[in-house]
Design a protein around this ligand. Structure first.
Ligand code: NAD
Length: 366
């Protein structure tokens, strides 16, 4: 039995992890600490039994000290971050504050609670990071492994790289029991509609353009969020302290193929269910026009990494991980979730999420 502090648990992956852990480890206590930035949404975790929600900032060391003591926390799973590359290009400061200073603040609090007071073994500080810290691959380069040299290219990935180094240093220097996972691009339910898959699905439904960066041939390895949660669970349970593990989805795809998949799936959903045309009258598919008609090529993102690919041999061989979801299955599940949970994303589009009573937790459907 564990008492787990989940930072960023109202964000996309954090909320999925809280739901995943809550369903599989019902005896554990989960405390979510989240600042509810634009990316956090309390509705994503509302109504879960055995979970406490604390609205606060990971940089508030006194608050974190208090939470670690009050809830006798033995495990921190650290998701909280500024996570969108485009925003890091337009305004890097928040990324430095949250991803570097915020992570350091948590590490200090964990060290104080678990090492300086000498009461906290075994304990675990698990840090969620990204494959973007490794930089960009050419078409024939070997996939990123845990020993690939760091070469971050955006303010986002540079801030995540810095946080990874701090976690490593707190293990090496002080003996804090840490693990880190570097994962590829996640997708699934509860993802904020600024990231490619939810943005493009919703744009197909609402009849807005699909802006494609550059030639659309940037390649990402797509990881269904439940598979990621399973990878984190394996590392928490059996991962070696001080180690890092890559987690991928085994689905390396160019963006344009993902976009074409989204368009085709939305068109097929409208064909199969005539009620969708009534619900989404602005969708081209409602008038029998293919969703691909919304595709628009736009100037590339500055410094856009060309390809990420994950070598996940380590987590497979050491911990028995393998992704359960093909991209086809994961995407079909995701589209169905967004079709079933329109109030969740409409509240984001109209700005009424967080503090609004518009969505009831019971309205969130699988
Ligand atoms: P997200 O942007 O959806 O959620 C981030 C959450 O952190 C939000 O709930 C936000 O309110 C919270 N937060 C931000 N600043 C905070 C602060 N100072 N104090 C407390 N809470 C704060 O992010 P996500 O997509 O769920 O990503 C979670 C983690 O996974 C991040 O560390 C990210 O770098 C990493 N990651 C994400 C992906 C992906 O594809 N989404 C891929 C690789 C790694």
């Amino acid at each position: 039995m564990s008492n787990i502090l989940v930072t960023g648990g109202a964000g996309f992956i954090g909320a999925n992890f809280v739901r995943y852990w809550n369903a599989r480890h019902p005896a554990d206590t989960i405390v979510v600490l989240d600042a509810l930035t634009y990316a956090g949404n309390v509705q994503s975790i509302a109504g879960l039994a055995g979970m406490s929600f604390i609205h606060g900032d990971i940089k508030d060391t006194n608050l974190v000290d208090q939470l670690l003591a009050d809830y006798e926390i033995d495990t921190i799973v650290h998701f909280a971050a500024e996570s969108h590359v485009d925003r890091s290009i337009n305004g890097p400061d928040a990324f430095i504050e949250t991803n570097i200073i915020g992570t350091h603040s948590l590490l200090k609090a964990a060290k104080k609670a678990w090492l300086d007071r000498g009461i906290g073994k075994p304990h675990r500080f698990h840090h969620i990071s990204t494959d973007e810290v490794f930089g960009s691959l050419g078409p024939n380069d070997a996939a990123f492994s845990e020993s690939t040299a760091y070469a971050p290219n955006s303010p986002y990935s540079a801030s995540k790289a810095a946080s990874d180094h701090l976690v490593r240093a707190y293990h090496h220097t002080f003996g804090l029991e840490t693990t880190t996972t570097n994962c590829s691009n996640n997708y699934g339910p509860f993802q904020f509609p600024e990231k490619l898959i939810p943005l493009f699905m919703i744009n197909c439904l609402t009849g807005k353009k699909l802006p494609i960066y550059g030639d659309g041939m940037n390649v990402r390895d797509w990881l269904y969020v439940d598979d990621h949660c399973r990878g984190i669970e394996l590392v928490l349970q059996d991962g070696r302290v001080g180690e890092t593990y890559n987690v991928g989805g085994g689905a390396e795809l160019p963006n344009i193929l993902v976009i074409d998949t989204i368009c085709a799936a939305v068109d097929a959903a409208f064909e199969a269910n005539p009620d969708l045309a009534r619900r989404f009258p602005n969708a081209p598919a409602a008038r029998g026009i293919p969703s691909v008609s919304l595709k628009t090529y736009v100037a590339d993102r500055p410094g856009h990494d060309r390809r990420y690919a994950i070598d996940e041999e380590k987590i497979r061989s050491e911990l028995g991980y393998s992704p359960a979801y093909s991209f086809e299955r994961g995407f079909a599940t995701t589209l169905q979730w967004y079709l079933n949970n329109e109030p969740w994303w409409q509240a984001i589009l109209d700005g009424s999420y967080n503090g609004s009573s518009k969505i009831d937790a019971k309205q969130i459907q699988a």
